[in-house]
Design a protein around this ligand. Structure first.
Ligand code: ZN
Length: 181
């Protein structure tokens, strides 16, 4: 296969008509047929989509899927979608309190604690990280350890420290009820 001409610049593409776009050489810098990208094996060339090309792939789960050249070669498409579905299913399977989702209050509180202590761009950082308040190594390393020490979450409470001038540690943290209005 001969080398294709260099691809047009973004500006050149912007000024091209639909017909000119159709006549562009395909960006098949390599014939991908037979190549394997994670779970996907490329079966055949399928056609083009603007300045990308489309490849028919078979996933290791048996499903066929049309994928863009750029998705395959950049590694952003690695399966027919089954991999992502498995990851999500695994997350939901985790024991009560350990799910890493926004719906789990322990998960939200955990990340908010880390953010306040370590993200200088967070507005609350000045009251925590900037004053030297840290999260203990055990919790920094593991959300599961945080849940083991502090879970289950008592609904409506907030994570508080007995001594507000020292770090977030199992000994120094407790769940505080909101003040009665
Ligand atoms: Zn699949």
């Amino acid at each position: 296969m001969t080398n294709p001409p260099p691809p047009p610049s973004a500006l050149e593409l912007f000024y091209m008509t639909e017909d000119q776009l159709e006549e562009l050489p395909l960006p098949r810098y390599h014939d991908l047929t037979g190549q394997v990208f994670s779970r996907l094996t490329v079966l055949s060339y399928e056609g083009r989509a603007s300045h990308d090309s489309i490849w028919l792939c078979r996933c290791s789960c048996g499903k066929e899927k049309k994928v863009r050249y750029s998705g395959l070669t950049r590694g952003s498409t690695t399966s027919c979608g089954c991999y992502r579905a498995e990851v999500h299913a695994k997350r939901r399977e985790r024991p009560e309190g350990h799910q890493r989702t926004n719906k789990n209050p322990l998960c939200r509180i955990y990340y908010s604690m880390l953010t306040r202590c370590y993200n200088e761009r967070n507005p609350s950082y000045r009251n925590y990280g900037a004053k030297g308040v840290e999260v203990c190594q055990r919790w920094r390393d593991s959300f599961d350890a945080f849940v083991d020490d502090m879970g289950p979450y008592p609904a409506g409470t907030r994570l508080a420290r007995l001594n507000p001038s020292i770090d977030f540690t199992p000994d120094n943290c407790f769940w505080r009820n909101p003040p009665i209005p």
